[in-house]
Each structure stands twice: as C-alpha cells, then as structure tokens.
Design a protein around this ligand. Structure first.
Ligand SMILES: [Zn+2]
Length: 79
C-alpha cells in the first residue's frame, strides 16, 4: 500500500474534476456544432430580395416566402 498525502489527494481530485469538465465541454461543443451544421443546411437565402428562411425539406427548388421567386438550395456562407 502506498501513502497518499492530503495535498496529493486534493490534486488528484482537482485533476479528475478538471478532466470531467473538459469531457462535458467537448461533448457540448460537438452537439452544438452538429445542431449548427444541421440548421445551416436547412437555411436558404433568396437571390433577389436577400430574405433568409429555413426549409427542412430536401427539395432543390424553394419558393421565397417574401417575394415568391424560386431559389436553388445552396450553402449559406458565414460572414
Ligand atoms: Zn425573395
């Protein structure tokens, strides 16, 4: 059996706690990234009026709810 001092015990506790927090943060970031990617995939920006709207369907041609023009689904770029 090896001896553990109170200082080492506190350091081990803090290291384990920090490791758990890092894992939770990493999982949260992965989930947020996937949700953001999914939302960006469904966003469409009209070529004429610039109105952006979400359409969860998989159709390639979408009608703009603002001006009524047909738009092709494309990737929305981040600014
Ligand atoms: Zn439009």
């Amino acid at each position: 059996m090896f001896r553990v001092t109170l200082t080492h015990l506190i350091l081990i506790y803090m290291a384990v706690l920090l490791g758990i927090l890092c894992v939770v943060w990493f999982i949260g970031e992965c989930v947020r990234f996937r949700q953001d990617k999914k939302m960006r995939r469904s966003m469409v920006v009209c070529d004429i009026c610039g109105h952006s709207f979400a359409d969860p369907s998989t159709r390639e041609l979408l009608t703009c709810p603002s001006c009524g023009r047909l738009n092709e689904r494309g990737s929305v770029r981040e600014i």
